[in-house]
Design a protein around this ligand. Structure first.
Ligand code: 5GP
Ligand code: ZN
Length: 115
């Protein structure tokens, strides 16, 4: 756990958060400011600052993130309609929380390219 990390604190239970899914490697939260009818944050339990800090040992973890994303989209009924898994890396891409996470967005038409 990293000092002063919002997501580490939520994972540790120091700050309230409701997990819609969790396992030994990750937790999933509803985003506090949803950008689509379904907007979940898939957050590895391991504190990794950005995508640039991923190591080869994290390869399985990232694959697991995508497996969980697909299953959640199916279970919540928005897989067929289309969904997106997004990781913002560094400020220029919109990263605001410095603990690796993946947005799972769905439930509406998602335009491309994003802004
Ligand atoms: P980023 O901008 O780093 O890609 O994504 C951070 C996300 O975390 C944002 O979509 C923001 O709305 C969400 N967020 C920030 N603070 C909290 C919080 O305390 N709880 C939850 N559930 N989401 C948060
Ligand atoms: Zn953290």
């Amino acid at each position: 756990m990293a000092d002063n990390c919002l997501f580490c604190k939520i994972i540790a239970g120091e700050i309230p958060g409701t997990f819609i899914y969790q396992d030994d490697r990750l937790v999933v939260l509803q985003d506090i400011a949803p950008q689509s009818p379904h907007h979940y944050l898939i957050i590895p339990r391991k504190h990794i600052r950005t995508t640039l800090d991923l190591a080869a040992e994290d390869n399985d973890l990232v694959g697991h993130v995508y497996q969980v994303a697909a299953r959640l989209a199916e279970q919540h009924g928005f897989a067929e309609g289309g969904f997106r898994v997004v990781n913002n890396c560094n400020e220029g891409a919109g990263q605001t929380v410095w603990h690796l996470h993946f947005h799972l967005l769905g439930g509406r038409i998602l335009t491309w390219p994003p802004g």
